[in-house]
Design a protein around this ligand. Structure first.
Ligand SMILES: [Zn+2]
Length: 186
């Protein structure tokens, strides 16, 4: 983007540039999105920022009229959502890929911190919750063999599944299934 293009976008209140840059007015200490309908400021009083956060860091306040704060991009929040989606996909594909989040480009520790901040649990805990929910559902509602339930919940062995299930529910998978069926028959 050239300076000319940017200034033109401001002059035209061009909404196509919303989120691409922000302009701040030095005299009022307020920053706006390009589409803001406020009175056009003098060109020499304007400075530009790539993000709302940068404008804030430079001491400007968001404009109440165009609500430039609503375009604030929160990369940590986005990353947390991305991790969550990947974990969900992994479960749907019957994979336990907690550690295969390398392409996000963060260390496992940082990744865990970001996720925990957002959701109050680690990716592993979240993954376990999904696996447990899956397993319970299959034990209760289907006639799948327990070994198949184990594989479908991304366990590589029956004993690992048994251990996991017992730890979280206090019962073995087969006992859990029996109780579910019994209570249905009563
Ligand atoms: Zn504004």
């Amino acid at each position: 983007m050239t300076k000319q293009e940017i200034w033109k976008a401001v002059q035209n209140s061009d909404a196509n540039y919303d989120g691409i840059f922000f302009y701040a007015v030095k005299t009022t200490r307020i920053f706006c999105r390009p589409s803001c309908k406020s009175k056009l400021p003098k060109k020499e009083n304007i400075c530009y920022f790539a993000s709302a956060r940068q404008a804030r860091d430079a001491g400007f306040r968001p404009c109440k009229r165009c609500r430039s704060d609503l375009l604030e991009y929160d990369p940590m929040h986005e990353i947390a959502i991305e991790i969550k989606q990947k974990l969900k996909n992994a479960i749907e594909n019957e994979q336990n890929q907690v550690m295969q989040l390398d392409d996000i480009g963060l260390t496992p520790r940082r990744l865990t911190d970001i996720f925990k901040q957002e959701y109050g649990m680690t990716p592993k805990e979240y993954m376990d919750t999904l696996r447990l929910r899956n397993a319970r559902y299959m034990l209760e509602k289907t006639d799948k063999k327990i070994i198949d339930v184990a594989y479908a919940s991304a366990f590589t062995s029956l004993s690992a599944f048994n251990r996991f299930f017992k730890k979280h529910t206090g019962q073995t998978p087969s006992a859990y299934r029996r109780i579910c069926k019994q209570s249905k028959e009563e």
